[in-house]
Write a protein that binds this ligand. Structure first.
Ligand code: SF4
Length: 90
């Protein structure tokens, strides 16, 4: 932002491309995600993470992928519920 106007960064850079991307664009490049049972919750993860780690926002975000395949939202919910019961309910 110190070197380029905000309009240039948002309208001509990858941020604009990301904002124009549809899930169908992502799925076209990632058939393993099309076949994945976690797709409705995951949707390939975070595009910014993929861009940062892989240099391509149309590849799956590895951390989110790992989370959905090996941990899951139910495990997080269980820990959160236990913490709420322990620390927030009197
Ligand atoms: S869990 Fe992994 S394979 Fe499944 S949709 Fe998400 S990124 Fe794709």
């Amino acid at each position: 932002m110190l070197e380029h106007p905000l309009g240039e960064l948002t309208l001509k850079g990858f941020c604009y491309d990301m904002s124009e991307t549809r899930i169908s664009d992502f799925l076209e490049k990632n058939p393993e995600c099309v076949a994945c049972e976690h797709l409705p919750q995951c949707t390939g993860g975070c595009m910014v993470e993929s861009m940062t780690e892989e240099g391509d926002f149309l590849v799956p975000d590895k951390r989110t992928c790992y989370f959905h395949k090996h941990i899951g939202a139910d495990a997080v919910r269980k820990v959160a519920d236990e913490a709420i019961k322990k620390y927030c309910v009197s």
